[in-house]
Design a protein around this ligand. Structure first.
Ligand SMILES: [Zn+2]
Length: 105
């Protein structure tokens, strides 16, 4: 379910908390952004939601230690790598194999 709101945190314009995809209303119609968030939806379902967020936070901390930079740490989380590298392929989710984010570790 996609919700358009005034929500915005720093430079983050969207967030997925399955089953909700919350997108800043100024980005309505951005199919690449929607695809990115739908990839996160799949990842969350595969990890039974809670484990996604635990893994996300733990990997962010590991990446932050690795890169010493908030933005680089975020961009290199395996979930984000998968989403950013495939967000422009709008049919990506049709052929994506389960747990594909592991390939992006
Ligand atoms: Zn993302």
């Amino acid at each position: 379910m996609i919700l358009f709101t005034k929500f915005r945190f720093r430079n983050y314009i969207a967030i997925t908390i399955y089953p909700f995809i919350i997108i800043n209303k100024n980005y309505r119609g951005n199919l690449v952004l929607v695809n990115h968030e739908k990839i996160h939806s799949k990842q969350q379902v595969e990890l039974f939601w809670l484990f996604f967020f635990i893994w996300y936070i733990v990997e962010f901390i590991v990446r932050y230690i690795q890169y010493k930079n908030w933005y680089l740490a975020y961009k290199n989380i395996s979930f984000e790598r998968e989403a950013y590298q495939n967000e422009k392929k709008l049919t990506y989710l049709l052929s994506r194999k389960k747990f594909s984010f592991i390939k992006y570790l």
